[in-house]
Design a protein around this ligand. Structure first.
Ligand code: NAD
Length: 379
């Protein structure tokens, strides 16, 4: 098959790697230049931001701190941040946080240099003319946003979760320091880890899948499945933290060149209506979407079962698929992630709206099995 793979991001991975951030910056930026550092209140509380600010100031950089990011970040906050960044004349954005901080930073980098509002970019009404350089230090092992070309932002007025997608949104530099993920609480570790697994599965199986997205995705699955429980049980298990961060990076490299699919479409619909944490929303739908897709693509799903070690090479295709569904269901249950019926505020009356939102999501077309609004409603 013909395929292309683009990746402009310089990736640096290692224990304590964030402490030499200024060495990486000095290659591109001169002393006296300004940075716009985007993070959120939860990350601020970990005490990891102060030493970074100090090292930046010591290296004679100016820094503006923007720490107002909320989970499922809003367009209004990106617009506010962009105005502030323009005012400070910052050379680049630095995101220190999970997907919410990284996506906010990406959108600020865009809106500080190009006009308009996030919805216009998500709906293809504007060109991504100019984007400030983006530097990401992920603090969760989940989204892979540090290497992807997308930013997921919620339109405050309509509650719609939108995806801005363009090569220019791909970070210039990603510094992955497992130490930054040590303080992630167990429930967030579980949810973000499932998100990473779903990226790996959807990146490797969506309609646009390539040999590279399959290679990255399958390696990510093999790292994440046996490790996540350990990271949830003991946040100080740095071997587990390291493996999870590596897994989420590989998963990002998988879907970051292809797409996500139906699980994400349903998850983003759910988060649009109820502000459900992204990873939890993915976990809720993973088993039923796999079941749906396996009906028409049994060989592909038998392969997933074997890659994730839920089935062995001698199991028949049918048995392997059954073991995949059983294995994934049990794996999620053991992580203590709530089910759809346990989530606060979810009402059966909203299911039609959820199906509409999922169906309108651009990634619906990427699902390996064609999927209709009615299918979403049934799922
Ligand atoms: P998040 O960034 O919303 O963070 C979740 C919570 O964890 C927050 O309260 C945060 O303060 C806390 N937290 C983060 N790091 C911490 C740390 N080291 N110690 C203690 N607490 C910490 O969660 P997320 O799952 O990383 O990101 C979800 C967002 O990313 C969603 O909006 C989702 O749609 C988006 N997303 C984007 C992409 C992409 O490619 N751009 C891919 C997947 C998901």
């Amino acid at each position: 098959m013909n395929f292309s793979y683009r990746m402009k991001t310089q990736i640096e991975f290692g224990d304590g790697r964030s402490s030499t951030l200024t060495d990486d910056l000095s290659v591109r930026f001169k002393p006296g230049e300004s940075f716009f550092l985007v993070t959120d209140p939860g990350v601020m509380q970990t005490g990891k931001i102060e030493p970074l600010l100090e090292s930046l100031r010591k290296a004679h950089y100016h820094v503006t701190l923007y720490s107002d990011v909320l989970p499922n970040p809003r367009d209004e906050d990106c617009l506010r941040g962009a105005a502030l960044m323009r005012e400070q004349n910052a050379s680049a954005v630095i995101a220190v946080g999970g997907g919410s901080a990284m996506d906010t930073a990406k959108t600020i980098a865009l809106l500080s240099r190009s006009s308009g509002v996030p919805r216009e970019y998500a709906d293809g009404e504007r060109h991504y003319d100019e984007v400030a350089p983006i530097i990401c230090l992920p603090t969760t092992a989940g989204t892979g946003s540090e290497v992807t070309r997308s930013a997921v932002i919620t339109e405050q007025a309509t509650h719609r979760k939108m995806t801005l997608k363009h090569e220019r949104l791909r970070p210039t530099l990603a510094i992955l320091d497992p130490e930054l993920t040590r303080s992630v609480p167990p429930s967030v570790t579980a949810a973000t880890g499932v998100d990473a697994l779903v990226h790996a599965i959807e990146g490797a199986t969506c309609r646009q899948a390539t040999p590279l997205s399959r290679a990255f995705g399958e390696q990510a699955m093999q790292l994440i499945v046996p490790t996540l429980k350990r990271a949830v049980a003991c946040g100080d298990d740095m071997d587990a933290r390291r493996t999870m961060l590596e897994g989420s990076l590989l998963a990002g490299l998988s879907f970051g060149s292809t797409d996500v699919a139906a699980v994400h479409c349903l998850a983003e619909a759910l988060s649009s209506l109820y502000d459900t944490p992204h990873g939890v929303a993915n976990a809720v739908f993973l088993s039923s979407v796999l079941d749906f897709n396996a009906e028409t693509h049994p060989a592909l799903h038998a392969r997933l079962a074997r890659v994730m070690n839920f089935a062995s090479a001698i199991d028949s295709e049918q048995l392997a698929v059954a073991k995949l569904l059983e294995g994934i269901g049990a794996w999620i249950a053991e992580l203590g992630i709530p089910k759809l019926r346990d989530l606060a505020g979810v009402r059966v009356e909203d299911f039609g709206r959820l199906a509409d939102l999922a169906f309108q999501n651009g990634s619906t077309k990427s699902n390996v099995r064609p999927i209709t609004r009615e299918d979403y409603l049934t799922l």
